[in-house]
Structure formats: C-alpha cells, structure tokens
Design a protein around this ligand. Structure first.
Ligand SMILES: NC(=O)c1ccc[n+]([C@@H]2O[C@H](COP(=O)([O-])OP(=O)(O)OC[C@H]3O[C@@H](n4cnc5c(N)ncnc54)[C@H](OP(=O)(O)O)[C@@H]3O)[C@@H](O)[C@H]2O)c1
Length: 251
C-alpha cells in the first residue's frame, strides 16, 4: 500500500477496553469527528456489540469489535494485525484498558503485580511496538491513558501507581523513539468515574474536597482531550495532559 492509499478514507482508531466507561466515550467522540473505530474488549462483549451497533447505525461500516486478553502478550501483534485488516489502515492506538484495585503493602501478590503491570504498562508497550509500522504509514498517534496518581501515590495502590508511572515514562520515551512520524501523548485523568467495584463515600468526598473545581469530571471531559490530541495537536508529542479539575494542584 502506498502512503497515498494509506491516507485515503476515514482514519481508523484502535481503542483498548472501549466497550464502556471512558473508552466508550472516546469512541463516540472520535467517531463523531469522522474516525472508524475498533472497539477492543475482553469480557464486555454485549456492551462492545451495542456500542458498535450504535456507531454503525450512524455510519454503516464504521465500527467493529475485537476481543482479546491483553495479558496474553504473544497475541498482541495479532490483535494489531486484525485491527489493521478491518479498515486497511491504522491512524491511532489508544491504550485505555486498565486494571485498578488496592494492593495493601505486606499482602501484595505476584499475580497482582503481573495483572496491574500487564494491563497498564506491558500491553501498551507491546501494542505500540506492533502498531508502529502501521502508524508510521499514516503519521499517526499513540495516546496512553495515564493517571494523576502516576506522579503522586494513592494510598494502598503502590503497584497500580508504579505501573502508571512506568506508562508515563513510556509515553515520553516512545515520543523520542517514534518521532518524526508518530506522536505519542498521554492523558492523566483525575476523578471522572469511580471504580466499578465501588469506592468508600468518605474517600470520594475527600477527593472532591481536594479538587479545585469541587466536582468529579465526566468521561466526555477525557474524550474531548483525546479528540484534541487526535485532531488538533500536530506539533504536540511526549506530553501528558492532566484532565483532573485541578486535583493535582490541590493535594
Ligand atoms: N475512571 C477514572 O476516574 C480514571 C482516573 C484515572 C485514570 N483513569 C484511566 O483511564 C482509563 C479508563 O478508565 P476507566 O475507569 O474507564 O477504565 P476501567 O473501566 O477500569 O477499564 C477499562 C477496560 O479495561 C479492560 N481490561 C482490563 N483488564 C484487561 C485485560 N487483561 N485485557 C483486556 N482488557 C482489559 C476491561 O475490559 P472488559 O470490560 O471488556 O473486560 C475494562 O472494561 C484507564 O486507563 C484508567 O486507568 C481513569
């Protein structure tokens, strides 16, 4: 395929963990801006199918689903290949999938380490490596969903925070490795959606009281930042934007 061919048609975006929550909001936002969307999921098949159906109802043939467990590192090149085959190109890889739970020190297990580092750091690296040749052809984007807690630790979450700190460095390191053809950026959300497993109300109140804008954000706030990096930031690479209502200045 020539670069002219690669740049014809709609841009194609692979979003990991996109069946619901923040990933689904990014899918809606980029789709509305004209992108074709590859919705990756692991367990949320029904939500992924519903999201694809709603996007395809708006523009037929504009969304597809891809299932895989990102902890199966050897299968990640195949996931990228399936993504590229679907729309014949890849313009952005959005590393959104993540596992998140407390790991109180003294009771941390190797399985927790492998899971938290696997989803939050290892998979983004090996997906980026597999996607890079395709993103080079389209002068594309890698966007990593980091966390403000990559800089300032969240109590009882040492392993998650360390993994996101690694992802933060990976974002900057890959920006150097992959220029001039590919931009690599990150978004560090503050409180936008409480964990699916729930969070203690008093902890939620404490977090909001230390957030300058005194409220939680929304998945759409993150999606708008993703659209900025995707569409309006051709001279921005190696940057991580906190979208956190001022949480990171209100410790
Ligand atoms: N929510 C917030 O307020 C917040 C704050 C700071 C940072 N962030 C970051 O923003 C991103 C999105 O947040 P979120 O809360 O929407 O994420 P989430 O709901 O916790 O996770 C997104 C998806 O990741 C997928 N996933 C987890 N383990 C996987 C695995 N081994 N293989 C494949 N997929 C896997 C799951 O897909 P399935 O359901 O299909 O299994 C899940 O639906 C994450 O990177 C998160 O760390 C979020």
């Amino acid at each position: 395929m020539t670069s002219t061919d690669a740049n014809a048609g709609h841009p194609a975006v692979l979003i990991t963990g996109a069946a619901k929550r923040v990933g689904a909001a990014i899918a809606h936002q980029l789709h509305a801006a004209g992108a074709d969307i590859l919705i990756h999921y692991r367990q949320s098949a029904a939500e992924a199918d519903r999201l694809a159906a709603s996007l395809n109802a708006l523009r037929p043939g504009s969304a597809a689903t891809l299932a895989s467990d990102l902890l199966a590192t050897a299968t990640l090149p195949d996931l990228v290949q399936r993504a590229v085959s679907t729309f014949g190109r890849l313009d952005a890889l959005i590393n959104n999938a993540s596992s998140f739970y407390p790991t109180p020190f003294g009771r941390i297990t190797e399985a927790q380490w492998d899971d938290l580092f696997g989803t939050n750091l290892k998979a983004p690296l090996f997906l980026a490596q597999a996607a890079a040749p395709h993103l080079k052809a389209t002068r594309g984007l890698i966007l990593n969903l980091v966390d403000i807690h990559s800089q300032r630790p969240l109590p009882d979450h040492a392993v998650y925070c360390a993994a996101k700190a690694g992802l933060s460095m990976l974002t900057r390191a890959l920006a150097r490795e992959l220029g001039p053809d590919i931009r690599v950026n990150g978004i560090a959300p503050g409180p936008v959606l409480w964990p699916e497993g729930g969070m203690d109300q008093s902890l939620q109140d404490k977090i909001i009281s230390r957030t300058a804008l005194r409220r939680a954000g929304s998945p759409e706030d993150i999606a708008k930042a993703a659209l900025f990096f995707f569409k309006d930031a051709p001279y921005v690479t190696g940057q991580i934007l906190a979208v956190d209502g001022g949480r990171s200045i209100g410790w």
